[in-house]
Design a protein around this ligand. Sequence first.
Ligand code: RIB
Ligand code: CA
Length: 367
Amino acid sequence: MDRRRFVTATTVGLGLAALRPAIAASGKESAARGQSRVIIDTDPGVDDAFALLLAMCSSQLHIEAITAVAGNVPLELTLPNALRMVEIAGRTDIPVAAGARAPLLRRLVTAAYAHGENGLGGAVFAEPKRTPVAESAADLIQKIVRKYPGEITLITLGPQTNIATALNADPGLAPLVRSVVMMGGSLSGGNITPAAEFNVYVDPEAARIVFQSGIPITMVGLDVTRKTTLTDQHVATLAAHDNPVSQAAALIGRNSLAHHRAQGLPSGPNMHDSVAVAAFLDPAIVTTEPFYVDVETGGELTAGETLGYRVPHAPPQPPVRGSAPLLGSLKSSPILRERPEPNAHVALDLDAAAFFELLIGRLSAGA
Ligand code: RIB
Ligand code: CA
């Protein structure tokens, strides 16, 4: 079966489970010691680096694995950058796996203009000594989810290619995943195009598979992450603390701010990915509402756009309308879905002060 038909078949075949509040499912009754078991999928990436360090400095998380994916920069850089963060945090107990070098059906588009050619804003660290595990990211995700059915939250910080690959390879996997907390999407316009947020833009087919998987989803998109610009003051605070995590974050932050200025970008980097981790650590930091979210995969200009349909508490329930059928189409109606069920809790507001207090406080304290 060719890849396009495989992806389509998987998408159509996956049912929508009743939506459970993904964040509310975080935590208390899962792993022993009151920790929440998570897998972090990432494309470091300046903000991914901050998010990984935040997660590794947070004792509420039992990080079962970190899986690298191509995105901000190619996998040849995102994988060693993930290994570097694990070494800096002294968390070489966490297995790191290599994932997809490219999206499911598209050529890879990177964001080196924003993250620097090395993915860390130009900040230079030693080559990692750690090596990745032998399993691929998708295989490791399947193995861990099946080892801990109902306990694993997938925190996705990059294009969702690895997650979709795991779901495609194991159609029985989705009901065993506790939840997905994604940095991805936007209901208020994109960042790489006016329509699309970068992670979903890079692999819209993968994102659609995740949104239609039935797994409880919290979508932490640009609607809230735009409020998290790193400043010189944040960097000064990090630099004033003498531990490897704080010093590394300060170095990456300082280089990234300089890179943004050199590129003529209006402000420093947003801490997009750390908001997803923070929202899992402390759900009160974000305000969410239930939506039916679908992903544009056909647009010439809009591929990767996430469209949110608010589901009203009482009728009338607006249907999901697609584009007007072309004359040559057999379809006579644009209706795609009569009564959309919510499939994601979308973050619409953020307590930015509480967020930065958590982020800078945890990183300053170190692992
Ligand atoms: O659009 C922001 C997202 O794209 C973040 O995850 C950033 O790291 C990039 O991957
Ligand atoms: Ca990222």
